[in-house]
Design a protein around this ligand. Sequence first.
Ligand code: SAH
Length: 349
Amino acid sequence: MTTKKDIKSMNLPELTAFMEELGEKAFRAKQIYQWIHEKQADSFEEMTNIPKSLKETLNGTAYLTSLKKEEVQTSRIDGTKKYLFLLEDGNVIESVLMRYKHGNSVCISSQVGCRMGCRFCASTLDGLVRGLSPGEMLDQIYQIGKDIGERISNVVVMGTGEPLDNYDNLLRFIELLTDENGIHISQRNITVSTCGIVPKMRELADKKLAITLALSLHASNQEKRMELMPVANKYDIYEVIDACRYYFKKTGRRITFEYSLAGGVNDTDEDADELSKLIKGINCHVNLIPVNPIKERNYVQSNARVIEAFKNKLEKNCINVTIRREMGRDIDGACGQLRKRYRERTTKE
Ligand code: SAH
């Protein structure tokens, strides 16, 4: 038996070639593409203008990725929703909907688990299972849009996984997400967050997309960064910062630096000064994230005064900075925790 084709991950030229292979006319590809990406059908059966015989052929030769909502938690504080989706192979992933005045933003996962090993992160505790297909990344957004019956305007690739460790699928996902024949999200409304895989950051820069690159920095020097993020052993902090400069040079897009503050770890006045020097002259924005403690590790949040002082110090040094508002505080905390708890629950028996 030949393996079935992943039709949700195909772009229009690929879908057209696939129709030709099946001996079908090219316009069928357009119709099917429209069903998948505009009307967001969950099965071939829904495609009412496709002949029954072709639907049968499709069922035999291809599959249409469709994520199942396994669990949804809604915050009573701010309406944030966390979704746990079940994939066809039995794995689960999580995605988050955040509602802002300027629109609905979805944070998606790019992998099942993660192999980057960042010390404070729950997503990486059990390692990497696999990368998500473009269709699986896309369907997180489609399913959430359908669930709330509203348009999704912003996408952040900041959930479980390292997007640049799933680079080709990420690029196809962005292509489909921004396609005017699909849900047509503007490149400017997409942010990809990376722990700093330098060669891929440079490759992405060369694509000259208008997406925002967020770099998870979390430390102001190489020594501290290596303690928090094993990836720093491979690519040192100066190489990573250089790659950020390169990204700005190529794309003109302002870099976001993410900096999770952990009490007594990276939150002193000296840290703030050293950070200012490190990123001086880069067109950037620093997003301070109070660390979200996970029970497997001892990190604690810096207290509010320390966070404020850190922010003030950066401002004094002329760095653009904001403190990330914590969304959905009352529902399963840090990224990766929902999936982790679910797995602990379901593998106990
Ligand atoms: N792998 C990518 C994207 C996923 S993580 C990356 O490293 O950027 C998204 C962001 O959340 C990263 O900045 C990550 O370092 C941060 N993060 C993960 N766990 C966290 C926690 N418990 N508290 C605060 N920030 C956390």
